[in-house]
Structures are given as C-alpha cells and as structure tokens.
Design a protein around this ligand. Structure first.
Ligand code: SF4
Length: 277
C-alpha cells in the first residue's frame, strides 16, 4: 500500500460559494499558496487560508487571504481520515504539534474512519483508547498513520490493536537512546500476533544524530524483519523541502540514506555501503 493512501498532495483548495479555501501543510508551499491566493482574488473570490504552515507563519498570507482558523480542512485532505484526539503530552523539538495544538485533548465527537491521524493516541487514557478500538473494529484496513509512541506502548495496547483489521502498524524511533522502548514495543506487537513485516518504523534522520546513529536504527529495524521508513528532518520554517543539512551530515549522504532506506523492496539486495545513489 502507499503511505499516502487517499491523501491529496500539495496545497489543498476548495470553493464554497464565493469563498475559496487554501489549506497549506508545509512551509515550503507558502510561496505557491501566496501566488494562488493572488490569482483567486483576481477571479473575484474571497480567499481564506489555513493549515499548519499558515498557523506557524501567520504573516505569510496577510495581504491576500484571511485565516480560516477552526474550519475543518481534514476531509479535503483525505475523506477517510479522522482524529480522536489533538495535541500531545510531549514537546519534541523537531515537531510542530506542541506549537500548533498544545496539550493533549481527547475528543468525544469524532467519526470512525480508517485513517486515524492522532499525534499520540497512546498518551490518551485507557478508557479513550479502548473506546477508539471498539469503534474502529467494524472498519477494514485501519491505519494509525502517525506512528505509535513506543515509550508508552503496553501489552494492553498490542492486544487491543490485534482486534482490528490493521494493514500496517507504525512505530516511531526518533533517537538511538530510545532503543529499549522501541524493542519492547516491537516484541509486544510480535507477542500479540503481528508479523514483523507489517510493522513500519518511522526513523528520524538528520536531526540531532550522525549517519552512524541513523544507520544503526535503520539496520536494526531491517534485521528484525520490519520496514524502516526514514523521515528526513525538515525545520518548521523551511523555505524549501530538503534544504536543511544537519551538522555531521552532507546533502549527498542524506539523499543516499533517504533513497536507499525508503526503497528497500527494490534496493535491499545491494549492501548499503555499496549503494551510491
Ligand atoms: S510525541 Fe510525536 S506528536 Fe508528540 S511532540 Fe513528539 S513527535 Fe510530536
């Protein structure tokens, strides 16, 4: 399956009456969004803009659009997506969620859908988690697409996840120091009956690490029979995707890591040290 599923790529745009809406997720889309807003304005639309990139860069569209704040753009990004909670208990320095959404809030009014986008579902109360599982049980191909926090993962979580029709289970392993949490979560999933090859692991690279660190995590995931998903760090105000190169890395090395480890099905027969990109 594609990790993008039914997600719209790029800036999401829709029209209601004479109002055009632009939803912008990434900061490197802001320039394009600005030009689009100018064009829509010239066509006579009232233009409203929102989304994480706008919320983090409130001046970016100020001459050409007004922000849309509480409008729910999610169904326009993916009609099969839902949130059961917002915010997070943590403050990871590479993540926009603490700035955008603040503390964890469990929602009571949410629609069961297969793509569950909670930032940190496992930080919710057991009552909420159990209610989420109960309501998702009739739905095929459920995907918790943000990755489950290995530091919070219990046998209860693993056993209840096993009641669902999950096409993949996603864990996150952002730093080598969290290895024991990752391994414990992985083995709990295996004990609950999940095959290693349905376990996908988001591995953050190019943030507060060096290549040997990242390689250790990526190879550990592969050696367990699971699939690593390298996530190249992007600063929250990046003007261009992949413009940032962390100390200890080179642009070439970041690209080589990202290409090889996200294409293991095709490239996995080549040893990584022999892969030149
Ligand atoms: S746990 Fe996940 S959602 Fe929460 S702050 Fe860290 S990266 Fe962001």
């Amino acid at each position: 399956m594609s990790d993008f599923g039914d997600w719209q790529r790029g800036i999401v745009e829709w029209v209601e009456g004479r109002t055009a809406f632009l939803s912008v997720v990434f900061s490197w889309q802001l320039q394009e969004a600005y030009q689009r807003a100018v064009w829509l304005g010239r066509q006579g639309y009232y233009v409203r803009a929102g989304g994480p990139a706008i919320d983090l860069n409130s001046d970016a569209m100020q001459d050409v659009a007004i922000t849309f704040g509480a409008v729910n753009a999610l169904p326009h990004h993916n009609p099969n997506a839902t949130f059961t909670s917002r915010g997070c208990i943590r403050r990871c320095p590479f993540c926009a969620v603490p700035r955008l959404e603040g503390d964890l809030v469990e929602l009571t009014d949410w629609e069961p859908k297969p793509v569950v986008c909670d930032n940190n579902l496992l930080a919710c109360s057991r009552t909420h988690f159990d209610r989420v599982i109960d309501r998702l049980k009739p739905i095929p191909d459920v995907d918790f697409n943000q990755g489950l926090d290995a530091r919070l993962f219990t046998d209860h979580h693993a056993n209840r996840l096993a009641e669902l029709d999950l096409r993949v289970v996603r864990l996150a392993w952002d730093a080598t120091r969290d290895e024991r949490y990752f391994l414990t979560a992985f083995h709990r999933l295996r004990k609950a009956g999940f095959c290693a090859n349905v376990i996908r692991v988001y591995v953050l690279i190019g943030f507060d690490d060096v290549p040997i660190d990242a390689l250790y995590r990526l190879e550990t995931v592969r050696n367990l029979g699971a699939w690593p998903n390298p996530m190249r760090y992007q600063p929250l105000d990046a003007k261009m995707r992949n413009e940032y190169v962390a100390p200890g890395w080179t642009e070439r090395e970041l690209r080589r890591f990202a290409r090889y480890w996200s294409r293991l099905r095709w490239l996995g027969g080549i040893p990584f040290e022999e892969y030149r990109g």
